[in-house]
Design a protein around this ligand. Structure first.
Ligand code: 13P
Length: 258
């Protein structure tokens, strides 16, 4: 099965509202008819404004996290309904910064992921190991646990019908300039696909887009997505200027059309 390639930008806590609109406009103009999926994940405050800008463009919108609660007294939180009313299609769940800085546990991530799926938002589930875990040869067992716990209680049919995206983001590669080698990333992506196949179904394994994240740039995107199980990238720092993000998109498209 040929899976569509996706280049997603996680802006994290960067850009003012005005800067976000300018960046979006530049990307719309640069990619009127992209040969890969482009997803922007700006801060919450930008979602509605950006959704109006991209209405007639193929660019899609995602959020960086969300609450597992439906509504109520949860000061500062944002619900799935709120994201849908801002025309979000995607939501990043379990980013390592949420896990490490805000102490999100696999159980929280599982609840958020379940809530997103029940609300027809496509979760981009992030998993990844620390450098210490990698050095101790624990990478695959850590990732297996994050996958198992993150996807707990979800049926194969639900996942097939609603679609999930999984992003492998080794923590030691995030914001460090130290990218995983294409072989390291491919090994993990193949492991994730095998996990989906053995725990759910081959159909789910074949249809699920697996993204790599961690110091992705124009210089390394091509070698990464040439690998059979890497279906795109979740980009942090290099998604913050139109020039650097466009260069990654163009690099990915060149590889696809080669
Ligand atoms: P960098 O691309 O800045 O390493 O960030 C990756 C990331 O965390 C994307 O979610």
């Amino acid at each position: 099965m040929k899976r569509p390639q996706m280049i997603a930008g996680n802006w994290k806590m960067n850009t003012t509202y005005e800067e976000g609109l300018l960046l979006t406009e530049a990307l719309i103009n640069a990619h009127p008819d992209p040969l890969c999926e482009i997803v922007l994940c700006p801060p919450f405050t930008h979602l509605f404004g950006i959704s109006s800008l991209i209405k007639t463009s193929p660019i899609k919108l995602g959020a960086q996290t969300m609450s597992q609660e439906k509504n109520g007294a949860f000061t500062g939180e944002i619900s799935a309904d709120m994201l849908k009313s801002c025309h979000c299609k995607f939501v990043i769940i379990g980013h390592s910064e949420r896990r490490q800085i805000y102490q999100e546990k696999n159980t929280d991530i599982n609840q958020k992921l379940t809530t997103s799926i029940h609300n027809q938002l496509t979760p981009i589930l992030c998993i990844g190991e620390t450098l210490e875990e990698r050095n101790n040869q624990q990478t695959l067992s850590i990732l297996q646990n994050q996958l198992k716990e993150g996807l707990k209680g979800l049926s194969n049919d639900l996942l097939i019908n609603n679609q999930i995206v999984i992003a492998y983001e080794p923590i030691w590669a995030i914001g460090t300039g130290k990218v995983a080698t294409p072989d390291q990333a491919q090994e993990v992506h193949q492991f994730i696909r095998n996990f989906l196949s053995s725990q759910f179904s081959d159909q789910l394994a074949q249809q699920t887009q697996l993204l790599y994240g961690g110091s992705v740039k124009a210089e390394n995107i091509q070698a990464l997505i040439e690998k059979p199980d890497i279906d795109g990238a979740l980009v942090g720092g290099a998604s913050l200027t139109a020039a650097s993000f466009s260069a990654i998109i163009n690099g990915a498209v060149q590889t696809l059309t080669r």
